[in-house]
Design a protein around this ligand. Structure first.
Ligand code: PEP
Length: 256
C-alpha cells in the first residue's frame, strides 16, 4: 500500500491582523513546531503572509499557504495578487476553488483550472477544493457534481500536474455549519474521487494523490475522520483560529 503523509491546513479566511497572526503562529509552533509525522500548512490572509512567513522560515515542517491567487502573472487587475507575488513571500501552497470563492466571487471550474495552472507554473502546490451543496447531496447528485468539478477543473492536466496537487473534499453543507460529514460519508466521497481520478488519469495518480477532508473539523471529530484509509488530512476553517483546537487536530493526524 502507498504511504501518503497526512497534511493538515488551516484556512484562516478573513481573520487575524498581523499582530494577532504572530500570536497564533507562536502558540501553534510551541505545540507542533517539531512534529514531523504530518505536514502542517497555515493559510493566513494576504496581509499577514509576510509576518507569518518570517516566523515560519526556520521551521521546516510548517509551510505557508495562501487562500487565493489571480491567474495572470501581472497586469490591470485591481485588488488581485499573482503567483509570483506569493512566491516572493515564500508561500508554498495555495487554496483554489474554495466554496466561498465559488459562491461569493462566482468562480467556476474553468476559473479553478486557470488558477491551478498558474499556481503550478509558479511551483506553488494547489489545494483544489471540490464538494457538493446540500440539495446536490440530498438529490443523490453528489457523485456527478464531484466528477464534473474534477473533470473540468483538471482539463489539460496529466500525471505530472496531478502529482503536485492536493484535493480538499469539502461538502458545502458542512463548511462553517457545525455539521460534519460522517466519517463513512467522507470516506465514501474520497473513494469516489479516487475512482474518478483512476478512470481519468491512472491508478497511480489516484493512489498517490492526497485528499483532505474539510467541513467543521474539530478536535472532537478529527480522530475518527483522520483514521479513515482514504482521508489524508484536513482543511480546517473555524477551528484553525484557535491554537489549542488546531494543534489537537494536528496531533490526531500524527497518530499511526
Ligand atoms: C473551510 O473553510 O475550508 C472549512 C472547512 O471551514 P470550517 O472548518 O469552519 O467548516
Amino acid at each position: 500500500m502507498i504511504y501518503r503523509k497526512k497534511i493538515v491546513a488551516g484556512n484562516w479566511k478573513m481573520n487575524k491582523t498581523q499582530a494577532e497572526a504572530r500570536v497564533l503562529v507562536e502558540d501553534i509552533l510551541r505545540e507542533v513546531g517539531k512534529f514531523d509525522e504530518a505536514e502542517i500548512v497555515l493559510c493566513p490572509p494576504f496581509t499577514a503572509l509576510s509576518a507569518v512567513s518570517e516566523l515560519l522560515s526556520p521551521v521546516p515542517n510548517v509551510r505557508l499557504g495562501a487562500q487565493n491567487l489571480h491567474e495572470a502573472p501581472s497586469g490591470a487587475y485591481t485588488g488581485e495578487i499573482s503567483a509570483g507575488m506569493l512566491r516572493e513571500l515564500y508561500v508554498r501552497y495555495v487554496i483554489i476553488g474554495h466554496s466561498e470563492r465559488r459562491q461569493f466571487f462566482h468562480e467556476d471550474n474553468a476559473t479553478v483550472n486557470r488558477k491551478t495552472k498558474a499556481a503550478l507554473a509558479a511551483e506553488l502546490r494547489p489545494i483544489v477544493c471540490v464538494g457538493e451543496t446540500l440539495p446536490e447531496r440530498e438529490s443523490g447528485k453528489w457523485k456527478n457534481v464531484l466528477e464534473t468539478q474534477l473533470r473540468e477543473g483538471f482539463v489539460g492536466f496529466g500525471e505530472k500536474e496531478l502529482s503536485d496537487i492536493i484535493i480538499a473534499y469539502e461538502p458545502v453543507w458542512a463548511i462553517g455549519t457545525g455539521k460534519t460529514a460522517s466519517p463513512a460519508q467522507a470516506e465514501e466521497a474520497h473513494q469516489w474521487i479516487r475512482q474518478v481520478l483512476s478512470t481519468r488519469f491512472s491508478q497511480n495518480v489516484s493512489e498517490r494523490i492526497r485528499i483532505q477532508y474539510g467541513g467543521s473539523v474539530k478536535p472532537e471529530n478529527a480522530k475518527e475522520l483522520l483514521s479513515k484509509p482514504d482521508i489524508d488530512g484536513a482543511l480546517v476553517g473555524g477551528a484553525s483560529l484557535d491554537a489549542r483546537g488546531f494543534t489537537a487536530i494536528v496531533k490526531n493526524a500524527c497518530l499511526p
